[in-house]
Write a protein that binds this ligand. Structure first.
Ligand code: ARG
Length: 483
């Protein structure tokens, strides 16, 4: 059967076919059709087509009446999609597209228009290629997705700042090599995560800028043969600038890679945070208790309360990193301009965005509902010689060369550990047995509070510094809250 533009209403619309004598095999159809995932671009596609119709009118391709008719139909479709797809990111709404036979979202939208305005719909594709169209739609989608992720990140950052304010004076051991190192404020650890997520927020802003380039007018690869006003198109579509090279524009996926790198980095931070809190909420640590709403039970062991939210966040980090590797590998061997391989760009991005948004929401819930056990934290910071560095620094202040001071206190720790003496049980003569430089004021260094207070440079854990850091964090949050 000769395959050309379909005439029957039951046959799916197709944007190509004139030079073919046979239809594509079923296998190719199944392998290549993308509507089942790129339907998420439907809203962006309609917005892009609306602007393009206006550009065609200005270029003299569409009459005023035609442009009006097209605009009306497109507006109707946009409204329909808005209700059907429920969310801006278009994560819902798959049902609306289920059963449609079109190969991709661009064809689907034109097909819907065709059923309303007939051949005028075909005119809307004048001088336009799906290569530039998909690049445009994807950029519009990612820009919206970034705003959604930033809002979710802001909620997590808010929760971290509130927890830091609520537990301002709580002290716990800080760890290196997962061994007790020095006492720190719990709020200082929360603000450490605040810094990571703040960087993620800013990285997302950079991704937004990378995506904020308007490719329409690039044609299939060589640029449009019609006098479309690209700058005006960019303005109407909310882009800050236009692409400078048509061959690059149809195949540039740097913005998607940057988004995936950012999503991966954010997941790495979420995963590290999860690891800490899974440990801190274990029976062995007992520092934290996670709320029921974010925990699960065991089907066999009735006593279990498991931190599945955080384990899943840690677990999903793998697949998001996988999506970055997947797209980087797709792009790696591509010759210039559009190749169909690029269709593989969307699923990793959609998947990562979906997972990231959910992970951020859950992490914020975990933080907002956490129960803190300051007693156990403090005990862990008091037992053992977390004050050893402070004692060595005390001797250094007295003029003892630091390496010697280090040796002296090392021996002091060894002796006291062997005899089972805790810092709280240590007398001045115990200290002086190791160095005559120790005086009465050295005894003040044996509590975790003293250790925390001594670390008073900018960025350190002293209560006054952490209070300042929290103030700055909140000021920053208020600033991005307005963006
Ligand atoms: N579904 C395609 C994609 O996602 C749209 C562009 C198709 N272009 C083409 N020349 N076959 O990349």
């Amino acid at each position: 059967m000769k395959k050309s533009q379909p005439t029957s209403a039951t046959q799916p619309y197709q944007l190509w076919g004139g030079r073919f004598e046979k239809a594509a095999s079923k296998a190719l159809e199944i392998f290549s059709f993308s509507l089942r995932f790129d339907y998420r671009l439907a809203h962006a596609d309609v917005i892009g087509t609306m602007a393009y119709a206006r550009a065609l009118e200005r270029a003299g391709i569409l009459s005023r009446t035609e442009a009006r008719r097209a605009a009306k139909a497109l507006q109707g479709l946009a409204t329909e999609l808005a209700t059907e797809m429920a969310t801006e990111m278009g994560c819902k709404g798959a049902d609306y597209f289920a059963g449609a036979g079109e190969e991709d979202v661009h064809t689907f939208i034109l097909s819907r228009l065709r059923s309303q305005i007939g051949p005028l719909a075909d005119k809307l594709h004048t001088g336009r290629s799906r290569n530039e169209q998909v690049a445009l739609d994807f950029r519009i989608w990612i820009k919206q997705a970034i705003r959604v992720q930033q809002a979710a990140l802001r909620s997590l950052l808010d929760a971290l700042a509130s927890a830091a304010a609520a537990h301002g004076s709580v002290i716990l051991p800080g760890y290196t090599h997962m061994r007790r190192a020095q006492p720190v404020l719990f709020s200082h650890t929360l603000l450490a995560y605040f810094e990571m997520f703040r960087r993620d927020y800013e990285r997302l802003e950079n991704c937004y800028d990378a995506a904020d380039v308007m490719p329409l007018g690039s044609g299939a690869l060589a640029g449009s043969g019609f006098a479309v006003n690209r700058k005006q198109l960019a303005r109407e579509l909310g882009f800050s600038r236009i692409s400078r090279n048509s061959m690059d524009a149809v195949s540039d996926r740097d913005f998607a890679l940057e988004f995936l790198f950012t999503a991966t980095t954010c997941f790495l931070h979420l995963s590290r945070f999860s690891e800490d809190w899974i440990l801190y909420s274990s029976e062995e640590f007992g520092f934290l208790e996670m709320a029921d709403e974010v925990s699960t039970g065991s089907s066999l062991m009735p006593q279990k309360k498991n931190p599945d939210s955080l384990e899943l966040i840690r677990g999903k980090t793998g697949r998001v990193l996988g999506s970055l590797v997947s797209l980087a590998t797709t792009v790696k061997g591509l010759p210039l301009t559009y190749n169909r391989d690029l269709q593989e760009d969307k699923e990793p991005v959609f998947g990562a965005a979906e997972q990231l948004q959910m992970a951020l929401v859950l992490a914020a819930q975990v933080v907002a509902s956490i129960k803190v056990n300051p007693k156990l934290m403090k005990r862990a910071a008091s037992d053992g010689w977390l004050c050893a560095t402070d004692l060595a620094e005390y001797l250094a202040h007295k003029g003892v060369p630091f390496h010697q001071a280090h040796q002296i206190v090392g021996k002091l720790v060894l002796d006291n550990t062997n005899s089972g003496t805790q810092p709280s049980e240590c007398s001045l003569s115990d200290l002086q047995r190791h160095s005559s430089e120790f005086a009465e004021d050295a005894l003040d260094l044996l509590t975790p509070e003293a250790g925390v207070a001594r670390r008073a440079v900018a960025g350190a854990t002293a209560p006054a510094r952490v209070a300042e850091a929290l103030k700055e964090a909140r000021r920053w949050l208020r600033g991005v809250g307005r963006s």
